[in-house]
Design a protein. Structure first.
Length: 508
């Protein structure tokens, strides 16, 4: 059954994928975590007051001269090496000319036909009905550039320029070191295309974290993706692509690919032509709307940047950086499977949930690996999915889990009460200790209180007591359940059972 959104018609995914072959490409921008900007000494701290981290260079004032940030070059080389790229022996910067209010110079210093890193690949794992499948995503280029400022559209309902009363510009972000990682076209993935796109971005994010070159916080914009997609019938030439801009979560990458497959399939089914355009993804609906047409090639009038020398990293420096690369995520996952005694499917579940680093951090606080995995991929993942956010966005920390597990080990909490603690942590009601006290969540362990509850339950169900006395020990579950209900789940069920049988003089 087809659906519609803002005038676009969407074919059911299974129908779309049965008739068309998706071809994807992903352009990922990553802000580097340097202390200063790409061409000047301005700080890069996130969240400062607007336009307080600027200078003549990043504002593009006449007479200002850029200077290359060496750490940014080094970080880009390390990224290229981690992505199995060739590192150029000589490359240079170029001016990409276009006018937009967030570009104070009216051009962006970038790299055009001479990127620092090129021809690499990243292997990613996706789950299929036949088990895990490795897909190689080839990398076209990794190049350096500067980020732009940030436009704030005010007065409208959506935060976008359409319908806004006015726009403000914050240039704090202008000039922050930015790398762009561009894949080659990825085809042959069939119905797995959305999962492959998500897995690629997730693996790329893990690589950036392992290298320590960026915090890759997609919700803050330090990592953002443009998703290109086209459809063709098997045997036909490649179709016209669309580009969904600034997709800012792993979940949204998958949804954007799936949604665009459904939309383009409907267009083609109706004998119409897919328009080459940019599209804006909407988190609330999982759909996109048309942005601007790209039917005609844009002429950015690239020319070599006259104020910067070429970059020519020595082979000795490149090899030193290669030798110092940390353990890559794929290698780490193989090691963790052995250490945590889990199989590839269980590890893939952790990876797809974005939970590996969270579990690892929790274990570092002394929590058993099984318990750490249970909470992050159980209760907490369920809540994250319900809220449509990543696990790390929940207001629960590895140390919180350690404190909850310590209370469970001491008998002060059980699993049911622990889930209430996590619920309150997510609602930001306080620390673990404050929540336990405020909600009165401690396990009822006093024998006198438990025996009183048992006696009350037995008095209410004398027939159950007779069954237990006659040898039907399994009937004890009814009394244990009644006590748990009376104590609002705050009793230790095993202890209640033991006290009950002792009370009736019955042994197992």
């Amino acid at each position: 059954m087809t659906t519609t959104h803002n005038g676009d018609v969407y074919l059911p995914y299974d129908e779309a994928i049965s008739r068309y072959e998706p071809i994807i490409g992903i352009e990922t921008h990553v802000e580097l975590g340097t202390n200063s900007k790409m061409w000047c000494g301005c700080t890069t701290d996130f969240g400062a007051e607007p336009n307080t981290q600027v200078c003549p260079v990043c504002l593009g004032l006449p007479g200002s001269m850029p200077v290359v940030n060496r750490v940014a070059v080094e970080s880009t080389i390390r990224i290229g090496l981690a992505l199995n790229c060739n590192i150029a022996e000589w490359c240079r910067f170029a001016r990409k000319n276009y006018f937009y209010p967030d570009m104070p110079k009216d051009y962006q210093i970038s790299q055009y036909d001479e990127p620092l890193c090129f021809d690499g690949y990243l292997d990613v794992t996706v789950q299929t009905p036949d088990g895990p499948q490795i897909v190689r995503v080839e990398i076209e280029r990794v190049h350096m550039e500067e980020d732009t400022g940030k436009l704030l559209h005010t007065g409208g309902a959506t935060g976008r320029i359409h319908g806004a009363e006015y726009s403000l510009v914050d240039y704090n972000r202008a000039g922050i070191p930015l790398i762009e990682i561009v894949t080659k076209t990825v085809h042959g993935t069939g119905r797995l295309a959305p999962e492959v796109a998500k897995a690629y971005v997730a693996e790329l994010r893990d690589v950036m974290r392992a290298l320590g070159v960026s915090d890759v916080r997609m919700e803050e914009g330090s990592m953002r993706c443009d998703v290109n997609l086209s459809l063709n019938k098997p045997g036909d030439g490649w179709g016209t692509r669309s580009e969904t801009k600034n997709v800012n979560s792993l979940r949204s990458v998958e949804r954007a690919v799936r949604s665009e497959i459904e939309r383009q399939a409907s267009v083609l089914d109706n004998g119409q032509r897919v328009i080459q355009e940019t599209r804006h993804f909407h988190e609330d609906t999982g759909r996109s709307t048309s942005g601007r047409s790209k039917e005609e090639a844009e002429d950015y009038r690239y020319f070599p940047e006259p104020d910067l020398l070429p970059v020519a990293p020595s082979r000795e420096w490149v090899e030193e950086l290669r030798a110092a690369l940390p353990e890559m995520p794929s290698v780490k996952r193989t090691r963790l499977m052995g250490e945590w005694n889990i199989n590839e499917f269980e590890l893939a579940t952790l990876a797809n949930a974005g939970a590996i680093e969270l579990v690892e951090a929790t274990i570092e606080f002394g929590v058993d690996s099984a318990a750490a995995r249970k909470w992050w991929t159980g209760e907490l993942l369920r809540v994250a999915n319900e809220q449509g956010v990543e696990l790390e966005a929940l207001s629960v920390t590895p140390q919180d889990i350690q404190q909850v597990e310590a209370l469970i080990a001491s008998g002060a909490l059980n699993d049911k009460l622990a889930r209430q603690v996590f619920e309150a942590l997510i609602a930001q009601e306080g620390s673990v200790a404050e929540i336990v006290e405020a909600r009165g969540l401690a396990v009822v362990s006093d024998d006198g209180a438990l025996l009183a509850a048992i006696d009350e339950a037995l008095a209410a169900s004398p027939d159950v007591a007779e069954k237990i006395l006659s040898g039907k020990i399994q009937a004890a579950g009814a009394i244990v359940g009644a006590v748990m209900k009376a104590t609002k789940g705050q009793a230790d069920a095993a202890k209640v059972r033991a006290l009950l049988l002792e009370r009736l003089g019955v042994s197992e």
